[in-house]
Design a protein. Structure first.
Length: 302
């Protein structure tokens, strides 16, 4: 049985009560809501609520969480991206006057999905890099800067509230999930960490693991993935494909096995080269090989 290191105290989120969710006041009418693994944020305005995403992991608990703060209705729903683990409960909010906003690429992804009525089509989309909105006196800046997670993914900036939303970008106090959050384009993932540090905010909500973050958490994640890239680059430089294949007794005519064995050896060597991060991030033992493999392939082919 695989053994995992315990989650360090600094990486633990809040205890989740029997209600199934916890709400945290971020100030200025903004709130963070989590069920322990997946989370999002909403903003109370003068007349309603602007919600970012609607996860099936929260389901109808999301409405309960909002109602624990305010009786005002959800008037706007922003899709951060198209993945069902973040917006698969949007149908629970659907009504005629609900405005659902996303990038047009997200809308196209949802159109292509067959036999899934959980993700209503957006009522308003935009193209290009930026959309700025004033919703009942609260300014939202939606930026599409690259495919760092999925095409159409957004940075959601509330400048006056010093708040940022970047769902599935990184995990505060923890290493990234599988393969750099299943990044659609690894170089864009590295760029995204630089881009996130160009915004003015104090709090960032990133979608998973029950903790909001700070710019310092972004900088820590950037440092970690740079270590991944340095270790992967050195392993690629020093691990010989023919030697790895010979050691694994790969038949000379099996080229698929040859490259698989080589990249496994590259990943293993990169893991040996990585500095220790266990005192700075949780989960490094869980996802190290996945993240190094994704990084090594990107260094090799991108």
């Amino acid at each position: 049985m695989t053994k995992f290191a315990p989650v360090p105290d600094f990486a633990l989120g809040p205890d989740i009560p029997e209600s199934g969710y916890a709400v945290r006041d971020l100030g200025g009418g903004a709130y963070f809501v989590t069920q322990g693994m997946i989370n999002t944020m909403f903003v109370e305005t003068n007349t309603g609520v602007v919600l970012v995403d609607a996860s099936p992991f929260l389901g109808d608990k999301l409405l309960e969480a909002i109602e624990s703060v305010t009786p005002k209705p959800v008037t706007h729903l922003i899709y951060s991206h198209a993945h069902a683990d973040h917006i698969g409960a949007a149908h629970l909010l659907k009504r005629d006057d609900l405005k659902i906003i996303s990038h047009e690429i997200t809308g196209e992804f949802i159109k292509e999905v067959k036999n899934d009525d959980r993700r209503p089509l957006p009522t308003e989309t935009f193209s290009g890099r930026r959309k700025e909105m004033d919703i009942d006196g609260v300014r939202f800046v939606l930026d599409y800067t690259g495919d760092w997670h999925q095409a159409g993914n957004l940075f959601i900036h509330l400048p006056e509230l010093k708040l940022m939303g970047a769902m599935d970008s990184f995990t505060p106090k923890n290493a990234p999930f599988f393969r750099l959050y299943f990044s659609a384009h690894v170089p864009a993932y590295f760029d995204a960490m630089d881009q996130l540090l160009e915004y003015d905010y104090e709090t960032i909500v990133t979608g998973h693991m029950a903790l909001p973050g700070t710019p310092e958490d972004v900088a820590t994640n950037r440092e970690y993935i740079r270590d991944l890239r340095a270790a992967a680059s050195e392993a690629l430089r020093t691990v010989d494909m023919r030697e790895a294949s010979a050691a694994a007794k790969v038949p000379a005519n099996n080229k698929q096995a040859e490259i698989k064995v080589w990249m496994d050896a590259v990943t293993a060597r990169a893991a040996e080269l990585m500095p220790s991060w266990e005192k700075r991030l949780g989960g490094t033992d869980i996802f190290l090989s996945d993240n190094l493999n994704a990084t090594a392939w990107s260094v090799f082919i991108d």
